[in-house]
Design a protein around this ligand. Structure first.
Ligand code: ZN
Length: 200
């Protein structure tokens, strides 16, 4: 079966590496609004201090069709080893990609000027980074990806062999492990409540 072809016929304007096509297709299926948005998923040898990263394509600001790229580190680096990213559990990858697509949703709501401000805020203010990360998670949860987001957070938290540098970065710029625990708790609570209320 030509899976790559199958994926491309379902999602227009997407560039998807075949090795992650199943996980990306699953994550995209939660975001019908992005069905026609040009997004290129691409492997990078190394992303400074990150595993994945969603960015607008700057030159597309000057056209009437904004484009995005999601950079994916080819290796998930542990303290003493590195594991090819596609060998991570599928639900962890779906959660991670779903989070990046949450950033794309956030970007879609911003003007070009709004994106410039976003870029500056993200560079200069840890508070702004935390807010942006929570916004991306919130988009993902509201689109039904809650259990995948939780799987991803647990994976990061439980992975004791992540490099200290990465953990320090999470503590400094992103959410502290306590914040993540708190966030997971709130997400699980929210999921329970939304199940009670009968939402999908
Ligand atoms: Zn993020």
């Amino acid at each position: 079966m030509n899976y790559q072809h199958h994926i491309n016929s379902d999602f227009t304007n997407k560039k998807i590496p075949s090795v992650l096509s199943a996980e990306i297709a699953t994550a995209l299926s939660f975001y019908p609004e992005l069905a026609h948005t040009p997004i290129r998923f691409q492997f990078r040898q190394r992303i400074k201090g990150s595993v994945m990263q969603a960015q607008p394509v700057i030159r597309s600001f000057f056209t009437n069709q904004r484009e995005y790229q999601i950079n994916i580190s080819a290796l998930f680096r542990l303290t003493h080893a590195a594991e090819p990213i596609h060998q991570l559990p599928a639900e962890v990858l779906i959660g991670w990609i779903g989070h990046e697509l949450g950033h794309v949703m956030d970007y879609e709501n911003r003007s070009v000027w709004g994106m410039v401000c976003f870029g500056l805020g993200y560079l200069l203010s840890p508070k702004y980074v935390r807010k942006a990360e929570r916004t991306a998670d919130t988009f993902a949860v509201n689109h039904g990806l809650g259990r995948y987001i939780i799987a991803t957070k647990h994976y990061i938290l439980d992975h004791t062999s992540l490099p200290d540098k990465y953990k320090r970065k999470i503590a400094r710029l992103y959410l502290s492990p306590d914040d993540i625990v708190e966030q997971v708790r709130a997400l699980e609570e929210g999921l329970k409540n939304s199940n009670v209320a009968g939402h999908e």
